[in-house]
Design a protein. Structure first.
Ligand SMILES: [Zn+2]
Length: 125
C-alpha cells in the first residue's frame, strides 16, 4: 500500500507579478515567507520501514530553496534566463520546483507552495 511522506521548507523572497493589471497591489515589489512542501509517494520498505530517508529529500531540495532564499525572484529569472521566475507566481514557483526535482526524487508526488497563510498552489504530475 503506497503512502505519501512530506518534507517542509521555508524561504523568504521578494517578487512582483508583471501579469497583473496596472495599479494592482501584486504588481508592486513585495515579499513573502513562502512555505514549500515536497510530497513523495512510495511503498514502505519492509527492511527500513520508510519510503525514503527525509534527509535524502532535504539534500535534493535544499540547494534549490537556497537559490531563492532572500532573493528578488524576478531578477533571478532575468539573470539566469528562467522563464518561470520572470513571472514568479505561486503557480510558476510550483512548476519550477517540480521540474527541478522530478529527475532527482523518485516517486515525487506533488509540490505545494504556500504564498500566505490562506493562499497556496498544488501541482501533481
Ligand atoms: Zn506576492
Amino acid at each position: 500500500m503506497p503512502v505519501i511522506i512530506t518534507k517542509k521548507f521555508r524561504f523568504e523572497s521578494a517578487h512582483h507579478l508583471p501579469g497583473f493589471p496596472e495599479g494592482h497591489k501584486c504588481r508592486r515589489l513585495h515579499g513573502h515567507s513562502f512555505r514549500l512542501e515536497v510530497n513523495v509517494e512510495g511503498e514502505i520498505d519492509p527492511e527500513t520501514g520508510v519510503v525514503m530517508d527525509f534527509g535524502i529529500i532535504k539534500s535534493k531540495v535544499k540547494p534549490f530553496v537556497d537559490q531563492l532564499d532572500h532573493e528578488y525572484l524576478n531578477q533571478l529569472g532575468e539573470i539566469h534566463s528562467e522563464e518561470l521566475l520572470k513571472n514568479p507566481t505561486s503557480e510558476n514557483l510550483c512548476k519550477w520546483f517540480f521540474e527541478k526535482l522530478k529527475p532527482l526524487i523518485p516517486g515525487l508526488h506533488s509540490i505545494v507552495i504556500h504564498e500566505t497563510c490562506t493562499s497556496r498552489c498544488v501541482i501533481t504530475q
